[in-house]
Write a protein that binds this ligand. Structure first.
Ligand SMILES: Nc1ncnc2c1ncn2[C@@H]1O[C@H](COP(=O)(O)OP(=O)(O)O)[C@@H](O)[C@H]1O
Ligand SMILES: [Mg+2]
Length: 311
């Protein structure tokens, strides 16, 4: 649905985008993640045919950005990171204005506007002024707007930024719904964890270069190839348990977290199941209080990958 090859954008001698090659299949939800200034907006504006690249190829639904911008605008809904405010306009008027721009005519127009308002749960605000909406509601209205012409592909630029936690959860729910109905979505963020749950693929970009492209699990493996287990025993015997477990063949190393008093046990290469630790401890008369996998924090993954860490 979206394919780019060596897509490059230069501003003077700055590479805002440096040979970006990505591919999104129908139904993919692609998290496009990178710090500020890494080239996310540049990419989306090129795909929305609002900006020309310096060189490279890009197609959306098979249409080239170079000679089919009209077709692309028909199949794409682009939600910019900032959108203009329209004073003295009611929510429903705002949508009708854009529906008219998409040449949706007659009674179908009002019907479509009401429908997208319901999709983003803003039906009850239809007669409110756009300027009176909260940030979260404004984002939802922006989403409603890009859904008006029922595009197959959505480009959402930092839709979660500036939202409070509750509004974020609502946004995820909307995205999950759009994913369920089969839309192809590229959604950007400068924070990985907030997107990880919605996306089946992620791309991590830094200074215009794609540093990682794949699924979230692979990203985690790349940063942490070995399984770590959190282990705790009772009666203040964690230091003792450490000495015992260190003799196990499947254990690579153990760290004792002193103030919290538990162990982080790194397993040997290729070992995923840490339940043998429980067997050893119980057999030796310890009271097992905790045994669970220490899953890497997605923040760590993001930082690990953007620092070029692979082990
Ligand atoms: N119109 C412009 N003129 C010069 N430099 C620009 C322009 N637009 C973006 N840039 C630069 O290109 C880089 C990528 O920007 P952008 O795509 O907006 O990043 P992001 O959306 O990831 O924050 C940044 O270094 C930014 O300063
Ligand atoms: Mg941006």
């Amino acid at each position: 649905m979206i394919e780019t090859r060596d897509l490059t954008k230069m501003y003077g001698d700055l590479y805002a985008l440096d040979r970006l090659s990505i591919k999104l299949e129908r139904g993919d939800v692609y998290g496009f993640i990178g710090p500020n200034g890494s080239g996310k907006t540049t990419t989306m504006r090129i795909l929305a045919t609002l900006l020309n690249p310096s060189w490279g190829e890009a197609t959306v639904c098979g249409y080239s950005i170079y000679n089919s911008s009209k077709d692309i605008r028909r199949v794409v809904g682009y939600m910019p990171d900032f959108f203009g405010v329209y004073d003295d306009m009611k929510v429903i008027e705002y949508l009708e204005f854009f529906a008219a721009a998409y040449r949706i005519q007659g009674p179908a127009r009002r019907k479509k506007c009401e429908e997208v308002l319901e999709m983003v749960d803003l039906g009850y605000k239809r007669d409110a002024l756009v300027t009176s909406l909260s940030r979260g509601m404004t984002q939802r209205l922006g989403l409603a707007r890009v859904l008006l012409h029922d595009p197959q592909v959505l480009l959402l630029d930092e839709p979660a930024s500036g939202l409070d936690p509750r509004a974020r959860i609502e946004l995820y729910n909307r995205l999950m719904e759009l994913r369920r109905i089969g839309k192809t979505i590229m959604v950007s963020s400068h924070i990985l964890p907030e997107l990880a749950k919605v996306c089946n693929k992620i791309g991590i970009i830094e200074r215009g270069k794609l540093e990682f492209d794949g699924d979230v699990e692979t990203a985690i493996k790349q940063v942490r190839p070995r399984t770590k287990m959190m282990v705790g025993v009772g009666e203040g015997r964690n230091a003792e348990a450490k000495t015992l477990l260190e003799k196990e063949a499947g254990v690579l190393e153990i760290e004792h977290k002193e103030p919290e008093d538990y162990l982080i046990v790194t397993l040997g290469e290729g070992i995923k199941d840490g339940s043998f630790l429980a067997d050893t401890l119980i057999r030796s008369g310890y009271r097992l209080k905790m045994l669970k996998e220490d899953e890497p924090n997605l923040e760590d993954v993001f930082i690990g990958i953007t620092k070029g860490l692979t082990a």
